[in-house]
Design a protein around this ligand. Structure first.
Ligand code: HH2
Length: 293
């Protein structure tokens, strides 16, 4: 019985007020796949693969063909230890790509800088994915409000250089939830509508493996904040800890963890490997549809 209960996220989350059609986060009305497009030399798993505009564009097209609902474009790595990148450099990486892929699918810009977000939104992105929860740049929430864009507010502590030292919590779910609740309030106060806000527990950002697993087990608790929950587990270190070093094993673990997050109420999964994720979601959705009769 319990398994059936936990496999009913679409209806449960729909009751909690999903975004209106046409709103920047309307894509999260159903569980959506964010395909990762890192235009960086140093991202932890695909750094350097898509630095050329042509290869980035080809990869975006391939991900959309495989079932990506959003292309998440990033020009600065956030892996533990990553060096910060200046705004001009970040822009020179992401803008030519956004200009070439706009219209293909909704685009989110993975940045913590308001100037990068503003330029990306002008170029065709409609969502800002801010791994700092809009804590780094005081202008970020204003920029998002002015553009009528959507925002994904992620939890983390410290910076990529310091975050591994900050993985100390008494109750990780409660502390992450409290932070995200405060950031939703800040976004609302800045004039962003509730339908344009999503949250993300920040798997792997100042979290031990245990913290990551606990957060994934309690996605339903985060969903009670009343906005879509996005989860990004793709190829992350804790999966290597569970499954060993093989890249294929991490990819398989990504699908399992992402699908369980959706079963717990997540509305977005951010992944590198779109095709297996899309297939897994199709099977899950067929099961949920059968349950609905
Ligand atoms: N994880 C990464 C980057 N951006 N955004 C959201 N919303 N959630 C995440 O979990 C998340 C994110 C880190 O992964 P990746 O992009 O693969 O690596 P890098 O930061 O090294 O480019």
């Amino acid at each position: 019985m319990r398994a059936v209960e936990t496999l009913t996220p679409p209806r449960t989350a729909a009751r909690r007020g999903s975004a209106r059609p046409g709103a920047p986060l309307a894509v999260f009305r159903r569980p959506a796949i964010l395909g990762i497009l890192n235009v960086t030399p140093d991202s932890f798993s695909d750094g350097g693969r898509f630095l050329e505009v042509a290869s980035a564009v080809a990869h975006a097209r391939a991900m959309v063909a495989e079932g990506a609902d959003v292309i998440d474009v990033g020009g600065e790595s956030t892996r533990p230890g990553a060096a910060p990148v200046a705004a001009a450099q970040e822009l020179s990486r992401v803008l030519p790509v956004i200009e070439r892929i706009r219209g293909l699918a909704p685009i989110s810009i993975d940045t913590t800088k308001a100037s990068v977000a503003a330029a990306a939104l002008r170029a065709g992105a409609t969502i800002v994915n801010d791994v700092s929860g809009a804590m780094v740049d005081p202008a970020m929430l204003r920029v998002v409000a002015e553009h009528g864009a959507g925002i994904i507010l992620m939890h983390r502590r410290g910076t990529p250089r310091t975050m591994d030292r900050s993985a100390r919590y008494r109750d990780v779910t409660a502390e992450v939830k409290r932070f995200l609740g405060l950031r939703i309030a800040a976004a609302l106060a800045a004039g962003i509508s509730r339908g344009a806000i999503a949250i993300d527990p920040g798997i792997g950002f100042a979290k031990t493996s245990r913290h990551n697993l606990t957060l994934l087990a309690h996605v339903s608790e985060l969903a009670t904040l009343g906005v879509p929950v996005v989860v990004g587990v793709s190829r992350k270190r804790f999966l290597g800890g569970l499954l060993g070093p093989s890249a294929r094993a991490r990819a398989e673990g990504t699908v399992a963890a992402s699908l369980l997050a959706v079963a717990g109420g997540a509305r977005g999964v951010r992944v590198h490997d779109v095709a297996p994720m899309a297939r897994a979601l199709r099977v899950a959705q067929a099961i949920w549809a059968a349950e609905d009769g």
